[in-house]
Write a protein that binds this ligand. Structure first.
Ligand code: C2O
Ligand code: CU
Ligand code: CU
Length: 478
């Protein structure tokens, strides 16, 4: 088994070469849409970026060599996006977590050709939240994200000031985009375009963690309360986060908005595509590491850390600046999430996510690869799996087979009504759009946006290799 795991997680970045934390954490540039007339341009291109200090290698980014800007959008505004594709191949841009209609959602039906552009108008009608954007091309999502295509969206509804939350971007409101990667000896990313069956089955795991695109970062933060907007943008890895001194932190928001009250935790699991906003108190001025534990949800592989061990590994360091934080006290109350009445669910559906090979084969340039399924069917761009209605609430039962699957729905958010047969823990009790399902979960999904057969919404496993291999379905909503 050890050999298999070694192959699965790739080789260590620096055998015998201890990881140094000596690089300032990069902060993605902020684009405040309202300050530029709600017109935002993104250029998707390839360039060079040094994931490892001093070793620039090919990478993809939005309007930059890696990742993308954080775009702040205000509730009530309409943002005119222009996306130019300067890559040499097709891409799409999906606004993960934005509640917008199917025809501007950026799923696999909305291909932007090389040299082409796409101009969706995004009407922002949802509460404050941390969303993100990434490619969603049929059979080529995992590689494009792996190469660097990930950006943040900050939906602002004005509640930050009222709630007294840290809100100075890059200072006490810090984006933390966590990914795992494997590097070649020249510092370039290792990604096989035609992954072997084992990588498809478990998803691609990297041996090294990067935060905001770099290995070994140090964040300098004021000595006080700091808000971290944490996004797991890994292809497959679940991160189990804690501080090296086990300090307490408080979760204030999940994917789709604030929790009703901050939830005190010392360890937080975050699955691919999930977001949590947390408040951490750095007033003691002690430097501290953020660590991640072994992924315990690897099916037959048991618990595996990115470095191949079963230990916690350090992913970044926090140090305080000479400045005191402007916010000293944890808020007591946040925002009561919009209530949902389970009695109002108009129907119940079951979705079985299976990472065993379910029969279907999908053709690739290199030959045939196995397909993965939901309810026994591999994704088909021409098949509508579910039809539902705008303004309805449905109960979706998600069943995971083979391993834990992070389940995501486009165009809607949901409340977890039960997970593994029990009510959700407090930090999973708010509005979400991704949930890690180990065996079973019941979701109350609220459909409020339309999607047609030409531009249906997707629902899928957010392990990107699973998604690319067909663990995805499509729904229309009218
Ligand atoms: Cu992050 Cu189908 O999306
Ligand atoms: Cu999405
Ligand atoms: Cu999956």
């Amino acid at each position: 088994m050890g050999g298999l795991v070694g192959g699965l997680v790739g080789s260590r970045l620096a055998q015998g070469d201890p990881l140094r934390f000596d690089r300032r954490l990069p902060i993605p540039p902020l684009i405040d849409a309202a300050k530029q007339g709600n017109a935002v341009k993104l250029k998707v291109s390839s360039g060079r970026h040094a994931f490892i200090k001093g070793r620039p290698t090919p990478a993809y980014g939005y309007s930059g060599p890696i990742l993308g800007p954080a775009i702040r959008m205000r509730r009530g505004d309409e943002v005119q996006m222009t996306v130019e594709n300067a890559l040499g191949f097709d891409t799409t841009v999906h606004w993960h977590g934005l509640l917008v209609p199917g025809d501007v959602d950026g799923g696999p039906h909305q291909v932007i050709k090389p040299g082409g552009s796409w101009r969706p108008r995004l009407k922002i009608e949802q509460p404050a939240s941390t969303a993100w954007f990434h490619p969603h091309l049929h059979h080529d999502t995992a590689r494009q994200i792996y190469m660097g295509l990930t950006g943040l969206i900050i939906v602002d509804d004005g509640s930050d000031a009222r709630l007294g939350l840290p809100r100075t971007y890059g200072v006490d409101d810090v984006p933390i985009i966590i990914q795992d990667r494997s590097f070649d000896s020249d510092g370039s990313l290792l990604y096989d375009r035609d992954p072997d069956p084992q990588t498809i089955q478990y998803g691609l795991r990297g041996s090294t963690i990067i935060v905001n695109g770099v290995v070994g970062p140090v964040a300098k933060v004021p000595a006080g309360l700091v808000r971290l907007r944490i996004l797991n943008a890994a292809n497959a890895q679940n991160f189990d986060l804690r501080f090296s001194d086990r300090r307490e932190f408080r979760v204030i928001a999940s994917d789709a908005g604030f929790l009703s009250t901050p939830v005190s935790m010392r360890q937080l699991r975050i699955s691919p595509a999930e977001r949590f906003e947390v408040l951490v108190d750095f007033a003691d001025r002690n430097p501290v590491m953020l660590e991640t534990g072994p992924d315990t949800l690897m099916g037959i592989f048991g618990a595996v850390s990115p470095d191949g061990s079963a230990d916690f590994v350090s992913i970044m360091r926090f140090e305080t600046t000479a400045t005191d934080g402007t916010i000293g006290e944890f808020p007591v109350h946040l925002v009561e999430p919009l209530a949902v009445d389970p009695e109002k669910a108009v129907r119940r559906r079951q979705f079985v996510l299976d990472s065993g090979i379910c029969g279907g084969k999908r053709p690739t340039e290199m030959g045939m690869l196995p397909g993965l399924c939901i309810n026994g069917k591999t994704h088909d761009l021409d098949r509508i799996d579910v039809e539902t209605g705008i303004g309805t609430l449905e109960l979706w039962e998600i069943v995971s087979l083979g391993m834990a699957h992070p389940f995501h729905v486009h165009g809607a958010s949901f409340r977890v009504s039960s997970i593994a047969g029990a009510p959700p823990p407090a930090h999973l009790a708010g509005w979400k759009d991704v949930v890690l399902v180990e065996d079973k979960a019941e979701l109350l999904v609220a459909f409020n946006h339309g999607a047609t057969r030409a531009h249906p919404f997707m629902y899928h496993c957010h392990i990107l290799e699973h998604e690319d291999a067909g663990m995805m379905g499509q729904y229309v909503c009218a």
